[in-house]
Every structure is written in C-alpha cells, then in structure tokens.
Design a binder for this molecule. Structure first.
Ligand SMILES: [Zn+2]
Length: 410
C-alpha cells in the first residue's frame, strides 16, 4: 500500500492525556483512535496487527481441535441469574423496549453451557471445545493503561466440555502448550503463573504473564526454571529459593495476557448440562474456560518492543513487512521495486511522497515499527542497490536490487 493512500497520518507528539507507552505510540502512529476513556477504534494499521494476532490464535486453537463460532454480546438476564452472576459489578446492564433486561457479555460460560445442552447427551459426544474471538465489555470504574485495560476489548474465549476431571486436565495442559506457542509466535515470553482459583475452583488456575513495568500484576518467578506464582497468593519470596529447582526467585511487574480455568461442574449444574455414561447413569459435564485478549496483546507487544523512536513490531504481527522509501526523485525506480515486491506477495508500505524530507520519512519508518526499511536513492542506484535496515538494529547494508527478493525471503 502507498502511504499517500493510507487513511491515517502519523503525529509528531503523543496525545496529552495518554501516559502509557502503548497508547502514546499506537495513537501517534495511527494504529488506534481513542473514542472515549477505555474505548478505542482499531484503525486500518492497527486492524492489520490485530488480524495477524487473531490468525495466530486461530491456527493454534484449531490445532488442538477448537471449533470457532460466534455468540451474542447481548445476554439475557436469565443466563446470569442461573449462575448467580447478575450482580457482578463489571457487567454493563441494559433494558430493551419491552423492559427485558440484558447484560453485555464479559464472558460466555453461561451461554456455551446452555447451547451445549442441546447437542450433548452421551459420554460419546465428548470431549469437545468451542471458541470465539469477540468484543467483550467490562464496566471499569477507571479505565487505564491504554488498550491494556479497556471498557470494550477483543477476547478469544475457549470453552471445553468433558466427562470427567482426567479428560479436563489432559485438555487443560494442551491449551497451556498452545498458549505458549501463541505468545512465542507473537515474539513474547509468557510465564505460566499459578494464581488462586477465586470462586471457580479450589485448585490453582494459571495466568500467562509477560514481564513489563506497565503491568498491573506482580509475579514471583524462578530465574532458572520459570516456575512462577502471582504475588497476591504466593508463599515464595524474592531472593528465596525455588521450591522446584532451588534456583533464585525474582519478582517483577507483569501483564496478564491469558488465563486458563478448570471450572468443574459449576456452570453445568446451573444449566442442568448432564450426560449419560456407558452404564446409563447421569452426571454433570465438567467444563474448562480459557481466555486470551488479542487487543491487550497488541498493547503488550508495544510495551515490550519499543524504543524512544517508536514501535518495533515482531515480523509475525507487523502490519507490513517492508517500509519502502523513495528519495531524491527516484520515484520511477522505486515504483518498479514496489510492484516487484507486491508480485512476490511481500507486504509493503510505500512512502512514495516527493515532497516530504528524508528525515520525516525515516522518523515515520521508526515510529510505525515495520521490520525492514528499504531506501532507494540516487546513491544506492549507482550501485544497482537499495539500502536495507532492520528496525531496532544499528547499521544498514546495501543489497543488489536483483538479490532483494532472496534477501527478504531468507
Ligand atoms: Zn526453579
């Protein structure tokens, strides 16, 4: 795509009211637009990043047998009353013209449990899992940290259904493995952290935490084996010994990018979601639920990967792979390179302006954080070459135009 045709423009200064790095850089770069506190639009550039993340999540969820679907956001009061969650204070509540009451979906255990009731009768129907990637709502008293904690955000929520705890546990650890793959593919190291089960379960639940000063959580973790507990429940202490490997325990602020819960029979009992076993006896279904916030993940990646000039996207989620800059009236030659890269299915953002200064173009390339910057100038053309620089790396190299495709695909 040509930068001159891109809907958004970059801004020199961050918006005055934003304090977090993710919101400052994403708004300056034209990735997101703040509509209200905690409510953001994903603009074309930001949407491309989000879609790349969603695609990674889809591939890994499908690989463990997850089936994607889409549930409503408008959820009738009867669902929440059945589970005892109508009074939850983070839920937006509203009434329709007929005075029927609804809660805007912040989670979907109730809805999946009721749907599953129609199709699930026998032990032979299980295990299975369903997921969606959907906008969720949370009535936050004080939205903060940019897109890390919003009132409206994207969520991948997966729900699994099992005849017994053993089947649930097997799948639970499969999901944990899939989550590690997802975060790794997004360039992040997520530490699997034990946390208290709250009202869902007496067992530990697990959070996936990325170390960052922007995080709201504090975790204790082993420097050697990465065994970790959330500080709010932990018996471990900073500087102490790891109970698993005797390594040194450290602590740090962290952003929770995912969580997994063994729900047990809490929701199946609330919705009479039962199955018959081989002997014909009836039992409640055992459930699990598993969340990842793709929009929060965008913010986390920016918090972890940025410098004083802008964002440094990992290639796997970057909105474009190449930022192509034409300098010194080399438009004709640059156009040819642009078309050639497109024909090879390499995604390019092409800064084709003949008016803007080289400095302004370089500043945009750094702010937008696209992994590879290619500069075409009269100097490079004398060598039949272009100048290539990786975002975040020092120095550049000259690459022959005829070897460019090979360089980019290697
Ligand atoms: Zn350890």
């Amino acid at each position: 795509m040509k930068l001159s045709q891109l809907f958004t423009k970059t801004e020199k200064l961050p918006p005055a009211e934003e304090v977090s790095a993710n919101a400052q850089l994403l708004e300056r770069g034209g990735f997101i637009y703040k509509n209200n506190s905690g409510i953001y639009t994903f603009l074309p550039l930001g949407w491309r990043v989000l879609q790349n993340i969603n695609q990674i999540i889809r591939e890994e969820m499908d690989a463990i047998g997850g089936q994607e679907m889409q549930m409503p956001s408008l959820i009738n009061k009867r669902y929440w009353e059945a589970s005892g969650r109508w009074e939850v204070d983070v839920m937006y509540k509203l009434q329709d013209a007929n005075k029927h009451e609804y809660g805007l979906g912040w989670t979907h255990e109730e809805v999946t449990a009721e749907i599953a009731k129609r199709y699930l009768q026998s032990y032979k129907d299980m295990p299975f899992s369903l997921y969606q990637i959907q906008t969720k709502f949370r009535n936050e008293a004080r939205a903060k940290s940019g897109i890390l904690r919003g009132r409206e955000f994207l969520m991948k929520d997966l729900y699994s259904f099992h005849p017994d705890e053993a089947s649930l546990n097997e799948f639970y650890w499969q999901v944990a493995e899939a989550y590690h793959k997802i975060f790794k593919r997004c360039g992040l190291e997520a530490i699997i952290t034990e946390a208290s089960g709250g009202d869902f379960t007496k067992e530990y639940t697990h959070e996936f935490q990325v170390l960052s000063e922007a995080g709201e959580d504090e975790i204790l973790y082993c420097e050697k084996c990465r065994y970790s507990q959330n500080a709010s429940i932990s018996q471990m202490a900073k500087g102490g010994k790891c109970p698993k490997c005797e390594g040194k325990i450290n602590s740090g602020k962290a952003i929770e990018v995912g969580n997994i819960f063994r729900l047990g029979t809490r929701f199946s009992k609330a919705f009479n979601l039962n199955y018959t076993d081989e002997q014909g006896a009836e039992h409640p279904v055992v459930m699990g639920s598993y969340g990842i916030g793709p929009s929060r993940l965008v913010g986390t990646i920016v918090e972890v990967f940025h410098d004083d000039k802008g964002i440094i996207w990992p290639a796997s989620v970057a909105p474009f792979q190449v930022y192509l800059i034409s300098l010194d009236g080399t438009r004709v030659e640059s156009d040819k390179i642009y078309k050639k890269l497109l024909s090879k299915k390499i995604s390019v953002l092409y800064d084709d302006s003949e008016e803007r200064s080289a400095g302004a173009k370089f500043a945009d390339a750094d702010l937008l954080g696209i992994p590879v910057r290619i500069v075409v100038s009269t100097k490079t053309l004398k060598e039949d070459s272009v100048e290539i620089k990786r975002r975040g790396a020092d120095g550049f190299e000259l690459v022959k135009i005829k070897e460019l495709e090979g360089w980019l695909t290697k």
